[in-house]
Structure formats: structure tokens, C-alpha cells
Design a protein around this ligand. Structure first.
Ligand SMILES: Nc1ncnc2c1ncn2[C@@H]1O[C@H](COP(=O)(O)OP(=O)(O)OP(=O)(O)O)[C@@H](O)[C@H]1O
Ligand SMILES: CC(C)(CO)[C@@H](O)C(=O)[O-]
Ligand code: BAL
Length: 287
């Protein structure tokens, strides 16, 4: 496995691999099995798997957890080595942003919902850094998780809008045995919160079952989800929305495919999750 902390180094490694396809897995590190599912998907697509590890300050708001975000580069490199990653790019902040960026990408409607509203500036920071990573690594494929479904949809759209010749691959959410979505931020849960956090996915599945059994009133579905979270966790619901799939329109009466999104705040961390509800299909993506 090769590692690079500068753009020059990574370009020289990838330049030597001319003619081979590159699959990029962008991450913020503190790697877990969710990231490794992305690595496996990347391996199926590209000849060379590149993992980038960079905690991008530009996508964190002033009151968010940039300082608390878990980091352990040695552990991450070991995990990548074990999973036969070919190249790890782990630049410093000054390498990625030698100057205060003058030009930032901005978004229209796709950031006017969910984390675009709850985390002002977040997706502008994400698309800016992903665009930079695309220009640095020049991959043929880039792989993202469905846990961050809004991000995945925005990146697909950015790739189209900016004519990146890159195929974006989405990977289903990897979960703990109790259903909690794997996330680097889970280490910032207390022991009690970690147990309670299983209720997030349970609540989403409860909502999904209600819809599939015929409940069409989005408000009623949300009330059930809310009650489940309130009864089973000490966390507070920061966001709970049901949107149409794939257009992400708000929905009052659920008539077709939908996605339920949730964000729950605990003492030291905020977790997100979502489930897709295919109205006429019992074989949904997760159970
Ligand atoms: N459980 C998971 N299953 C599948 N993909 C995941 C999972 N967790 C994260 N990813 C994906 O890994 C990529 C890098 O995410 P990131 O490094 O922010 O990890 P994370 O665990 O989502 O961290 P966070 O605590 O910030 O939510 C993203 O495309 C994200 O969607
Ligand atoms: C895509 C990403 C690596 C950009 O910093 C980040 O938002 C993440 O880890 O999902
Ligand atoms: N996993 C999305 C990156 C973030 O929360 O900032």
C-alpha cells in the first residue's frame, strides 16, 4: 500500500499507474466497516482503490464537532492495509487549503432541506472538497454511502452539473447487529446512549412498516417514530422528514416511494439515518 500526504506525491503515484482505472473512496477517517463496504465496492469497479482521509473543516459549522471528531491515522492506515487498499491520500489542512478559499461551490434547492438547513454551509463545504479531491485524484469511479443519502444525491448532481467524467457509486448502509448505522461518531456516545441508539433504526423501520401496511398520513407516521425515539432514548430529534423518492419533495399523503430521514442529538454527538420505503415492494433494501 502506498501513502501520500501531498498532492504532488499522490499525483506521482497515480501518474505511474496510467491506463488503469481508479476508484476513489473519500472519507474523514476513523474508519469502520461501513467505509470498508465502500472499499469493497470500489475494488469491484476500479483497478486501483484510493482512500482519502481528510477531516474537512469547511463542512463543519462553528458550533459543530470539528474538534471532537475522532481521528487516528495510524489505526486507519492499518485498516486500509488489511483491506488491500492500494493508495491512501491523507493531506494536511494546509495542503488542501494553502490559501483561504476564494471560490466556493454553492447549492440551490438540494441544500434547502435536511442537513442543508440544520448545518448551514455544510454541503457547500462537502461539494467544494469533493470537487477538489476529484481534480486531484481524477478517478473513474467514486464511492459514497447511503447513510449520508442527501450527500450522495448532491454529489451525483454535482458530477453531472460540472461534467466530471466519474461514475458515482452508492453503497447501502452497514449496520451494527442492533441496527444502528455504523458511524465514526458512534464513539462519542456514552455507554447508555449507545444502547439507546438502536431505537433510531427501529423507529425508522416502524415508520416503514406503517406505510407499507397502508398508513398514508406522513404526520401520523412521524408521530409514531417520534414516540418511539422519545420512549427509548435520552436523545432529542433534530430532524425528521419524509420525502418522495427520488425527487425529495415534501410529502403529506404518502402515495408512492418515499424516504424517511432522521437526525438525533445526544449529549456529545448527532447521528443521522434514513430508510427507503418502496410502497409496493416488500423487499426493501434493509431489515
Ligand atoms: N454505515 C455506513 N455504511 C455505508 N457507508 C457509510 C457508513 N458510514 C459512513 N459511510 C460512508 O463513508 C463515507 C465517509 O463518511 P465519513 O468518513 O463521514 O464516516 P461516517 O461514519 O459517516 O462519519 P460521521 O460520523 O461523520 O457520520 C461517506 O460516503 C459515508 O456515507
Ligand atoms: C465526502 C466527505 C469525505 C467530504 O469531506 C465527507 O462528507 C464524508 O465523509 O461523508
Ligand atoms: N458523514 C458526513 C460528513 C459530516 O458529517 O460532516
Amino acid at each position: 500500500m502506498k501513502t501520500a500526504s501531498t498532492i504532488k506525491e499522490v499525483r506521482s503515484i497515480l501518474g505511474a499507474a496510467e491506463g488503469q482505472t481508479i476508484a476513489l473512496v473519500p472519507t474523514m477517517g476513523y474508519l469502520h466497516e461501513g467505509h470498508m463496504a465502500l472499499v469493497e465496492a470500489a475494488r469491484h469497479k476500479g483497478d486501483i482503490v484510493v482512500v482519502s482521509i481528510f477531516v474537512n473543516p469547511l463542512q463543519f459549522g462553528p458550533d459543530e464537532d470539528l474538534d471532537n471528531y475522532p481521528r487516528d491515522i495510524e489505526r486507519d492506515l492499518e485498516i486500509c492495509r488489511r483491506h488491500n487498499v492500494d493508495v491512501v491520500f491523507h493531506p494536511s489542512e494546509t495542503e488542501m487549503y494553502p490559501k483561504r478559499p476564494e471560490l466556493l461551490l454553492s447549492l440551490e434547492t438540494m441544500a434547502s432541506i435536511l442537513d442543508g438547513v440544520r448545518r448551514p454551509g455544510h454541503f457547500e463545504g462537502v461539494v467544494t472538497v469533493v470537487n477538489k479531491l476529484f481534480n486531484i485524484i481524477r478517478p473513474d469511479y467514486a464511492v459514497f454511502g447511503e447513510k449520508d443519502r442527501q450527500q450522495l444525491m448532491i454529489i451525483k448532481r454535482m458530477t453531472e452539473d460540472f461534467n466530471h467524467d466519474i461514475k458515482i457509486i452508492g453503497v447501502p448502509t452497514e449496520r451494527e447487529s442492533d441496527g444502528l448505522a455504523k458511524s465514526s461518531r458512534n464513539v462519542n456516545l456514552s455507554e447508555a446512549e449507545r444502547k439507546e441508539a438502536a431505537a433510531i433504526n427501529q423507529a425508522l423501520l416502524l415508520g416503514r412498516d406503517l406505510i407499507q401496511e397502508g398508513t398514508t398520513d406522513a404526520k401520523a407516521v412521524k408521530s409514531h417514530i417520534e414516540a418511539h425515539i422519545m420512549d427509548h432514548t435520552s436523545g432529542t430529534i433534530d430532524d425528521l422528514q419524509i420525502f418522495t423518492h427520488p425527487d425529495l419533495n415534501p410529502v403529506q399523503i404518502i402515495a408512492g416511494d418515499a424516504i424517511i430521514f432522521i437526525a438525533v442529538k445526544f449529549e456529545r454527538t448527532r447521528l443521522i439515518d434514513n430508510v427507503m420505503v418502496m410502497k409496493n415492494d416488500q423487499n426493501n433494501d434493509e431489515r
